[in-house]
Design a protein around this ligand. Structure first.
Ligand code: AMP
Length: 381
């Protein structure tokens, strides 16, 4: 019996455990809090990721280790990797934890990125503004997620405000200034690479964010095949350079027919949740297959799929469950403002059918705003 260890016990670990059950796997999840929602389905070890005794206990009980959370300290991942196979490898994790290292690697691999510059002092912010220009976004290099740790600079006069907001972080996690991209669309490529180097991607996904948090994803994205091939090529370059094993997502901005890389998420990703019902093999199952050295499953789509995130509190399930292609995912979390508590996936054989289902669900739940951009994309307007 193989036991897969997962560092981080949120919804990603929960969905990994659910998808691993048919493969005959056991799991051990480690999290800093006792009510981590993956603990409802897998044994949970509560401990700090820097606590060697807790990590040693974790390592002694698992055959392989992976992550639901990319901000596990890179040193802890290194420490673990001396005791048990860890996928993705700690170096890949370290690069993805640091927006500056990540963007520098993108550049090295000829993957276009928005203009950027490192900032570690107020003077450097002025120097960076001269390079990057306005509008731009000041971001923490580390530990930012879902739009947190970011300040939008619209004019040079905002520099003091930006420094007031994030300057204190400069010495702790570092800062990066990035050009603001007036993108037409945001897309992501979710990819998987096996231990033997086999590489696959799911069809390109189009994403909509509200206040920096993913609101909806649509697959396949409305885009030209050439652009999807370009995105896949970027993901392959990254996977090969990092000797990556497992699933990751590359988030991209699309502007004037060009792609600009935003970030690399070294784990299963929210924009790939639709793969549970919308693809032959889900991102969760393929991640497990990859880290365990099993053959990868097909990433082919089944028709068209849209994922809607539920933030803060779960809406009524009936509207989604009443749809023939409606699927419900309640993460078993306590409601809290801004918290991802669940999602729904709507799937249909054709785009018109999916647009109809979204319209009905949006209306019943009073969430017309959330579904509207997806319906427009499906209708090609
Ligand atoms: P991030 O945490 O960097 O993925 O940012 C969250 C979201 O904020 C992105 O998905 C975009 O919607 C927006 N965003 C971040 N960086 C930029 C940028 N340089 N230009 C325009 N929008 C951005």
């Amino acid at each position: 019996m193989t036991t897969a260890g997962i560092l981080g016990g949120g919804q990603l670990a929960r969905m990994l455990a659910l998808s691993g059950a048919p493969l005959g796997l056991r799991f051990l999840v480690m999290d800093t809090v006792a009510d981590a929602c993956a603990g409802q389905f897998a044994p949970l070890l509560v401990g700090d990721y820097r606590d060697e005794a807790a990590l040693a206990e974790f390592a002694s009980k698992v055959d392989v280790a992976t992550f639901d959370f990319e901000n596990v300290p890179a040193e802890s991942a290194e420490w673990l990797s001396a005791r048990v196979p860890v996928f993705p490898n700690p170096r890949a994790l370290a690069v993805a934890q640091d927006r500056l290292a990540e963007k520098t690697l993108f550049r090295e691999l000829d993957i276009p990125v928005p203009q950027f510059a490192a900032v570690s002092s107020r003077e450097e912010l002025d120097a960076a503004l001269a390079i990057v220009g306005v509008p731009c976004i000041l971001k923490t290099r580390r530990l930012g997620y879902d739009g947190k740790g970011q300040f939008r600079i619209r004019a040079l006069a905002d520099a003091d405000l930006a420094w007031d907001a994030l300057g204190a972080q400069a010495g702790k996690v570092g800062l990066i200034l990035e050009a603001f991209v007036p993108f037409e669309r945001e897309v992501s490529v979710v990819a998987v690479r096996g231990r033997d180097g086999e590489f696959r991607t799911w069809p390109l996904t189009e994403n909509w964010h509200v206040d920096g948090v993913l609101s909806a994803s649509l697959a396949p994205a409305r885009t030209e095949a050439a652009l999807a091939d370009t995105a896949t090529g970027y993901a392959r370059r990254l996977a090969e350079r990092l000797d990556y094993v497992g699933v990751f997502a590359l988030e991209l901005f699309c502007r004037d027919g060009q792609l600009l890389a935003n970030e690399l998420a070294p784990r299963v990703h929210n924009s790939g949740h639709w793969t549970i019902e919308g693809a032959e093999t889900s991102q969760f199952e393929n991640h497990l297959r990859a880290v365990l050295g099993m053959p990868l499953g097909s990433t082919a789509m089944r028709g068209h799929a849209c994922m809607l995130n539920w933030i803060g509190a779960m809406p009524d399930a009936g509207a989604v469950l009443g749809e023939p292609g409606g699927h419900w995912h309640d993460y078993g979390k306590e409601p809290r403002a801004g918290r991802k508590v669940g999602h729904a996936t709507l799937r249909s054989d054709d785009a018109a059918g999916l647009a109809g289902a979204l319209e009905r669900v949006g209306k019943k739940l009073g969430r017309e705003d959330q579904v509207a951009p997806v319906i427009r994309a499906l209708q090609g307007v």
